[in-house]
Ligand binder design. Sequence first.
Ligand code: ASP
Length: 432
Amino acid sequence: MKKFNLSTKILLAMFVGMIIGLLFNAEINILPQSLYKPLETYALAPIGTMFINAIKMLVVPMVFVSLVNGVAQMGDIKKLGRVGGKTIGLYLITTALAITIGISLALLINPGSNSSLATGNLTFKVKEAVPIMDMIIDMVPTNPLKAMVDGNMLQVIVFSLLLGVAILSIDKEKSKIILGLFDALNDAIIKIIDYIMLCAPLGVFCLITKVLATLGLSSLVNLGLYMITILIALAVHLIFVYTLFLYGFTKLNPITFYKKFWPVMSIAFSTSSSNATLPVNMEVVEKDFGVKKSILGFTLPLGATVNMDGTAIMQGVATIFISQLYNTNLSFTQILTVIFTATLASIGTAGVPGVGMITLAMVLESVGLPIEGIALIIGVDRILDMCRTVVNITGDAVVTMIVATGENEIDTDVFHSKESTYVKKAAITKET
Ligand code: ASP
């Protein structure tokens, strides 16, 4: 197994799990049910539940620490002023657009309707929609610790943002200590995510085997539709929204942009991590697009931490998908709640593999959908993670181009020059 990297292992586990699950499915009836029952009771169900529990365990600490840390990335709030405002505004608008596209497509394609998944013992009672006014009032916690214990994410977010801003506003010497602490905590939580991801092949195997053994072949059709819906939404956002924003705000040629940007996209695809892609993204945006460091040094690290349009798309589609599987119609207010919480959830998602699934729990919870629904989609998440990370980092670069153009901090001759750092580097490596 050493030869395979983690992604390959997860994908392999997914395929093997699908096949074994199908062999055990009562309709297909190749392997005996008498064998399946103990396997489910003593292995598939407990290991699957432990894996999902481990994911849930990280929701509160991750969102809290990553948000405080994200705000800290902004450095001096007062100095940032206009650039900060523009960047954050554009990040929020593109993210909200992304979720809207995802949700609209999901409502159009209905990946979870008429599903065997829906009839397979999945019942639960939906939480009543909370009136918007009450939701707004409820955003301010009376007790932040209780908010964390209850997993009330909106309250946790409000408190985290306030704390982040306050830390930046106090005496520099004092804030250094606490920022160092949050930075280290952030790394530690990402380490725990690494540990959980190491167990992902086993977790994914158990969960997908159980889904297919119980629900059979037709569940694959729904999962396939779910994946297709996300892929289309990602493509629409990448091709239309970013291209329109880039051309509309900067008049720069999007084709030149994508031609020079693809090496960054390919690294995002293969690592599934905005953080891991950040150094290459910064290099290309500076050397190939001519953006000044003063801008990209702020916008790109912040984007890699808080701007996740692809993740937001997945969360929008996944929420609709799971609601359809559970035969629940979300009301208009609930859909607005999803747009709102998925924007916040994607902000709270750290730029490392698989985290979007963790913060999805928060979106599901906001409309009272069962977090257990994640078990049905996590098996296919790795492939989607690779694709959504490409959109995540492209969004960061597009917003950076727009802000840099607005601030006149871009050398367009560099952008238009044919030479690309990566093509040049490749040529030098070939010669030597
Ligand atoms: N892998 C994504 C990123 O790093 C985050 C996620 O959606 O899981 O951008």
